[in-house]
Design a protein around this ligand. Sequence first.
Ligand code: SF4
Length: 502
Amino acid sequence: MALYRLSCSLLDNQKNLENMILALDPEARFVTEDHSSALNTRTGAFVEIEVNLEEQDAGFLIEGVWREAGTGTVSVQFSDHEIAQETYGPVERRLRKKELVRRAVLQLFTKRTGQTTPWGILTGVRPVKVYHYLRDAGFSPDEATARLQSHYCLDSDKAGILAEIGEIQRPYFSALPGKIGLYIGIPFCPTRCEYCSFAAYPLNSHGHLLPGFLEALQYEVYELGKACRSLGLEAEFIYIGGGTPTVLNQEELRVLLSSINNSFPASGEREFTVEAGRPETLDREKIRLLKEMKVNRVSVNPQTMKEQTLKLIGRKHTIAQVLETVALVREVGIPCLNMDLIMGLPGENVQDWNYTLAGIKELAPENLTLHTLAPKRAAAWNFQEVRVKTSEHLLAEWLRWSIQELKTSGYRPYYLYRQRRILANQENIGYCKPGTENIYNILMMEERRTILGLGGGAITKWVDPQTLQVERIPNPKCPATYRGRIKELVEEKVRRLRVYVN
Ligand code: SF4
């Protein structure tokens, strides 16, 4: 584990530097000025990275230095004059300076260690946004792709997939007056999976909180529905996630779905998704109820098709249950099925992954979300002890191969996001059969539409349609806190809705 001490002539830039270093060295730790002299005397072992930006000839000269006891000094230097162009306003200028700092760090790493990263200097969760930023600025798809490689230092595969996804997404961006999105969070699950870092309260230990939570949620659905109707707003799409929403029993689910449909009536057919997540929470009656309530998309997530791995990751269901649930979804006739998989699960090798992918392809879901494992600190597992069998290099190869394999099978990538601590610095990709894109996934990820978040841990995103500035306001994750604050949360959302339409 390497220790780093960072300094930069740009103020407020510590996090920016840290994020870039973490993308290259996920185990990195950072020392502050105060601690460094003590550490240096005790261990003599930290890397000092210094980046300076100097204004010069209407542009910037960027210099980076890497100092490490016993190995000497490495330095890089480059300039940027594009920043002086009039097209750059103060916001873009500030962003660009941060990008230049990250570029200096990347160059230092590459020069000192030979290391690079497929995502170049992009360290955020939503890299497709950068492609859209370039397209909105007037660059053609080819020019935008070239800039992703030259300025943002992406490798050609990542630049290519961003362009492919970006072009699929753009037709969905046109503003629809009077429309709003809806996300409803049910933060309960049958049990907690070992790798989970979401707000997911196991029913066996937290079931006593469910009735109060549902009561508060009913209130929020009713009041926000009333406000939207009076303001002439219609829910363009609805997504119920969690947690595992289908952990609710038949009656609880019926009451909730009827109240959503009554409070947010639709003028025509609309996208309505329910995450079933754990297959053991669905049976024929529940799937029929979903259909009756106009749900037209469900997610059944095996994560792997290996029985042994399911046990290891604490999923508490079998592969037979996955197959049975998928068959029921088909039989009842929910038109769009999504399935989630995780690549790089502990104990799995390339044969296991091939087996899983082949099994899923036979089930032919319309949507398929391929995650790369992100060992999060909030998970029950201690990832130092749970061994991931695959080398990072191999994992990147699997992903490249899987993308080709899925394309050959008629899928195309349509949304993408990244997570902190994701293995091999890769990404999560949503695939679909053409024409079955989930609009919620696109607009939520790219933050192009205001989405009201109701329920536990749901985040409301207020998007300014002109500037695309986003304000995120979360509901509490804890069901008891959510219930306790429900009146205040609803009042604030109704107040903002009135501002939003005016
Ligand atoms: S089903 Fe999903 S949300 Fe629930 S515990 Fe497992 S990973 Fe977490």
